[in-house]
Design a protein around this ligand. Structure first.
Ligand SMILES: O=C(O)C(=O)C[C@H](O)[C@H](O)CO
Ligand SMILES: [Mg+2]
Length: 403
């Protein structure tokens, strides 16, 4: 069996997606997501100019060998661009293998470990009252786990809070937007927000919150401690994770569980946090962490330390990534939760898919492969639109902060 062609399809049905399609001499093709939000075209070039020429003529069944060939063969290892490109190839090859076997992907990975995949939804509001209402709306829709984000009094724009249309899309604008930040205002507001949310939603719903890298370790310790009475499912990205030993300071001060990893791209980014048990959930996912092949390796390492998976699933991860992730989640023994931020109807129409949401759970479907395709004609109607993620500045003096 041979790879005969590979193509990168870029489209923007409301936001940008980069998709790789690999074709074979047996007529079977596979699809992989390669979207790197705000830096999409770097991955397009990496694939078109450097990876695709090396794929033509190779046996698509040799997934591991191709993974090693692209990873070791580049000499310059790791990094989000490289690993998103490798992920797209890997996902497409698993799709091909599963289609050839006539099986849904989760069967090839080892079979079903659970009846469905628990997902957490995104509730957000401009203030605490609106956020509480949104949490209750999500509970009504059947969500078992809900992430709550709120506007902070005195701050103009804050990560995770949408405009009028309810969904938020962080990448927008021809140049990066600017948000403002005050740790003091955020820390004053957030414990009360969660007290109100817990009071309204009752004891049984899992509550999550994304700090989005904006605190120092000791501030994160304060927040985690203040949230303990609320019994959070997790506090996400409490502090930037470049200096991983810093997480010890958070651990010294709080038992609120911690989730990290959506911006990681290899097992080496996860190693210290996992081995020192500084986190409880690892958030790497298929598209940014080297595909199914590499994500499986990360999950296996995590399983030795009772760290569970909590794959990133914002809308900048395409429906293709969601399909692959749901197969992974259906199999992985140390599953925790899957993030689910629904794509718009326009986005979903470009990517016919087999997965579905039902009362708080998602199901990957039973069709061979990962169950997601791309309608190339429709995709062509939505050309690429340059878009950037915002930056954050401290409110009082404009210092550039973590967004
Ligand atoms: O979904 C989350 O937890 C995020 O933090 C979303 C990220 O900001 C988004 O994916 C950036 O592209
Ligand atoms: Mg996050």
């Amino acid at each position: 069996m041979k790879i005969t062609a590979a193509r990168v399809i870029v489209c923007s049905p409301g936001r940008n997606f980069v998709t790789l399609k690999i074709e074979t001499d047996q007529g079977v093709y596979g699809i992989g997501d390669a979207t790197l939000n705000g830096r999409e075209l770097a991955v397009v070039s990496y694939l078109e100019d450097h990876v695709i020429p090396c794929l033509i003529g190779r046996d698509p069944q040799q997934i591991e060998d191709i993974w090693q060939y692209l990873y070791k063969g580049a000499y310059w290892r790791r990094g989000p661009v490289t690993m998103s490109a490798i992920a797209a190839v890997d996902t497409a090859l698993w799709d091909i293998k599963a289609k050839m076997a006539g099986m849904p992907l989760y069967q090839l990975l080892g079979g079903r470990s659970r009846t469905g995949v628990m997902v957490y939804g995104h509730a957000n509001g401009r203030d605490s009252a609106e956020t509480v209402d949104e949490v209750l709306r999500h509970k009504e829709e059947g969500y078992l786990a809900i992430r709550a984000q709120s506007g902070v009094p005195g701050l103009n724009k804050v990560y995770g809070v949408s405009g009028a249309n309810r969904l938020y899309e962080p990448a927008d604008g021809n140049l990066p937007g600017e948000h403002d930040w005050s740790t003091e205002k955020y820390l004053r507001h957030t414990p009360g927000l969660f007290e109100a949310v817990r009071e309204a939603v009752g004891p049984d719903i899992h509550l999550l919150h994304d700090v989005h890298h904006r605190l120092t370790p000791i501030e994160a310790g304060q927040l985690g401690k203040a949230l303990e009475p609320v019994r959070m499912f997790w506090m996400e990205d409490p502090t930037p994770a470049e200096n991983q030993d810093a997480f010890q300071w958070i651990r010294h001060h709080t038992t609120t569980p911690i989730a990290v990893g959506e911006i990681f791209n290899s097992i080496w980014d996860c190693k210290t946090l996992i081995e020192k048990q500084l986190i409880d959930y690892i958030r790497t996912t298929v598209v940014h962490a080297g595909g199914i092949t590499h994500l499986r390796r990360i999950a296996d390492l995590a399983s030795l330390y009772q760290v569970r998976t909590g794959c990133h699933g914002a809308t900048d991860l395409s429906p293709v990534c969601m399909g692959a992730a749901l197969h992974f989640d259906t199999w992985v023994p140390n599953f925790g939760v899957q993030e689910y931020m629904p794509h718009s109807e326009d986005m979903l129409s470009v990517f016919p898919h087999d997965w579905r949401f039902e009362r708080g759970m998602m199901h990957c479907g039973e069709s061979p492969g990962h169950g997601v395709d791309i309608d190339e004609k429709l995709a062509a109607k939505y050309p690429y639109q340059r878009a950037y993620l915002p930056v954050n500045r401290l409110q009082h003096d404009g210092t550039l902060w973590n967004w």
